[in-house]
Design a protein around this ligand. Structure first.
Ligand SMILES: C[S@@+](CC[C@H](N)C(=O)[O-])C[C@H]1O[C@@H](n2cnc3c(N)ncnc32)[C@H](O)[C@@H]1O
Length: 287
């Protein structure tokens, strides 16, 4: 039976008052074996080809990372920003065959948990913040960020950092959430704001796909594509999450209840067209 921990208590306190490192607080609380993780080591919603459900979950989580990594330049210096528990790093290494892979994460405990995956990928762990990349100007050939930028203190500051560290012709690939419009009804407000509070987000991360594309261009990036794909990500994940929650027994009741509430609220936001998911590709133009 999983138990309540201090990390859970810190997370609950942060729902009321956002702390100084909100993402690290959230991921320390979810731990290395989060009960809605699609497969051990993965913390994304997956890119699905079917309707959702347990059998495809590990494949979908891997497919999301692989689909993004396939667009990275081969053989260069690649920075994986917000690498989670590291399961994606062997996938990125296999696809992009980087000369050097840096796995950057603000949650130090995740880098420790993921050290086997990082060793398998030949990746170097770096504790750091996406909005202050500890890298020289123009040194990177590719930046990949799988479902992490919604957590960053500022998405626009991250895009500026990506532009700074990429060499001309270097590539950014990412996946992220978008908010396609403002909530209007009380139920929509509750759904949007409880997600913002639970995940420790700043309300200004809620931007739509066009705004995100404009932010990428404003940071100096070109050939920008922001492709909506919530039907292949969020909707099947919700099917999977409901199935998983129906059979979970070894998780405290309040945690199961909170997870069910979140699934219901995301389903509402999807039905009302307010929540989507995007795949991002952009290039730093030649000088
Ligand atoms: C939803 S998880 C995704 C993890 C992983 N990419 C995956 O697909 O399994 C978000 C990740 O972003 C990291 N993160 C959040 N804020 C960050 C920041 N400011 N700088 C670097 N990493 C950050 C978290 O620690 C976590 O590992």
């Amino acid at each position: 039976m999983r138990r309540w921990t201090r990390a859970h208590a810190r997370h609950l306190a942060q729902v009321l008052r956002r702390g100084r490192s909100p993402a690290a607080t959230v991921y320390e609380s979810l731990g290395a074996d989060f009960f809605l993780s699609p497969a051990p080591g993965w913390l994304n919603l997956g890119l699905w080809s079917g309707p959702g459900g347990e059998p495809e979950a590990p494949v979908a989580a891997r497919r999301l990372a692989d689909t993004l990594a396939a667009r990275l330049p081969r053989g260069g210096l690649v920075v994986d920003v917000g690498n989670g528990l590291g399961a994606q790093d062997p996938v990125i290494a296999e696809r992009a065959r980087p000369r050097l892979l840096l796995a950057l994460n603000v949650t130090e405990s995740q880098l420790r948990v993921g050290r086997r995956c990082l060793a398998e990928a030949g990746a170097l762990p770096v504790v750091g913040d996406a909005t202050r990349l500890p890298l020289a100007d123009g040194c990177a050939d590719g930046v990949i960020s799988v479902e992490a930028a919604f957590h960053f203190p500022s998405r626009t500051a991250f895009f500026r950092e990506v532009h700074r560290v990429l060499r001309p012709g270097g590539v950014l690939v990412a996946s992220d959430f978008t908010a396609q419009g403002r909530p209007h009804t009380p139920a929509e407000w509750v759904a949007a704001m409880s997600s913002v509070r639970f995940w420790g987000l700043r309300p200004d991360v809620l931007v739509d796909d066009d705004t995100m594309a404009a932010q990428l261009r404003a940071a100096g990036l070109a050939d920008v594509t922001v492709t909506r794909c919530g039907q292949r990500v969020v909707d099947p994940f919700l099917v999977f999450a409901r199935q998983r929650l129906a059979v979970l027994r070894d998780v405290p009741r309040l945690q199961r209840w909170a997870a069910r509430a979140m699934v219901g609220q995301w389903a509402l936001l999807r039905r009302r067209g307010l929540m989507d998911y995007v795949l991002v590709h952009a290039v730093k133009p030649a000088d």
